[in-house]
Design a protein around this ligand. Structure first.
Ligand code: SF4
Ligand code: SF4
Ligand code: SF4
Length: 288
């Protein structure tokens, strides 16, 4: 029987909801583990766990303390979800100076008390603070991925991390994207709402619609482009080895449309770095 501790840093609780979304399959996991600490049970502290799971980004001194406590007490530490793995949405704060963010939210009435955790100047992913053994990305991750990772660890195996790009799983037809040619595939980019019709079979990029598929990690079965007729926004985080996701995406776009057309894209930074700002260097340096 393995002991498990779970905790929450800066996030939306969605990753823990995903754990609960295992429904009756959670019994497969619960039969093989003892949960010693978690926001879903009534415990105040723990001494040791075989497996620690933390979701959320590290955004406050309190988050940092929790991350270090989990690393100290857990033999194996899992970053659960895109916030924990890459900074996720909370990491978007790194585009701005902390004081400016607080002022824009609270005006001249910024709350201050010893009981309010102090924000770190920059949001970090969990592995920027402590060593992480495995990542289960996704916003939120699929319940099945959480179950499979836990069952692998319980059985003494390595959890499988998916590493290909999203396009590999996408059912849309790509005719021109990977073919060398003189002409650009499209002459500009558009938002989904600017189009009267969207071809449900054809690659979004080939229709001039920004899709983060080429730089996003597989794992969600490409559900937005393949099943919802919507382009990928990158919520599974980058493919392994990429930190400058936005720059890499601009690179991908440069092969299908004239570079000048990108100047007309609204919020190119927010689109390209939405889920990985915390692990990147470029936008914070340029904008702050
Ligand atoms: S990864 Fe997504 S679901 Fe999980 S805590 Fe962050 S915002 Fe919420
Ligand atoms: S629609 Fe998006 S995910 Fe699918 S092949 Fe095109 S770029 Fe890749
Ligand atoms: S297709 Fe992209 S945006 Fe949609 S769930 Fe998958 S990673 Fe997230």
């Amino acid at each position: 029987m393995k002991t498990v501790a779970t905790g929450i840093l800066e996030g939306c609780f969605g990753c823990h909801m995903s754990l609960l979304d295992l429904h009756e399959e959670i019994l497969d996991v619960l039969g093989a583990v003892e949960i010693v600490y978690s926001p879903i049970i009534d415990t105040k502290d723990f001494d040791h766990a075989d497996i620690g799971i933390l979701d959320g980004a590290v955004a406050t001194e309190d988050n940092e303390e929790t991350a270090k406590k989990f690393r100290e007490k857990c033999d194996c530490l899992i970053a659960l979800g895109t916030c924990s793995s890459y900074g996720g949405i909370p990491g978007m704060r790194n585009l701005f100076d902390l004081q400016d963010v607080l002022t824009s939210v609270y005006g001249d009435k910024i709350p201050s008390s010893d009981e309010i955790p102090k924000h770190l100047p920059e949001v970090k992913s969990l592995d920027q603070v402590v060593k992480v053994d495995y990542k289960i990305p996704g916003c939120p991750p699929l319940p099945a991925d959480i179950k499979n990772a836990l069952l692998a660890l319980i059985n003494g195996e390595e959890p499988v991390e998916q590493s290909r790009g999203k396009c590999a799983q996408c059912s849309r037809v790509k005719k021109e994207l990977y073919i060398q040619q003189r002409d650009f595939v499209t002459d500009g980019v558009k938002a989904v709402m600017e189009l009267d019709t969207i071809d449900p079979e054809k690659c979004f990029l080939e229709q001039g619609i920004v899709c983060m598929g080429p730089v996003t990690r597989e794992g969600c079965h490409s559900k937005c482009p393949s099943k919802a007729n919507m382009p990928c926004r990158g919520c599974w985080g980058p493919t392994p080895g990429i930190t400058e996701v936005g720059a890499k995406m601009v690179n991908s776009l440069a092969s299908i449309l004239p570079a000048g057309a990108m100047m007309f894209m609204d919020d190119i930074v927010g689109t390209g770095y939405r889920y990985s700002m915390a692990i990147s260097e470029v936008p914070g340096r340029i904008w702050r």
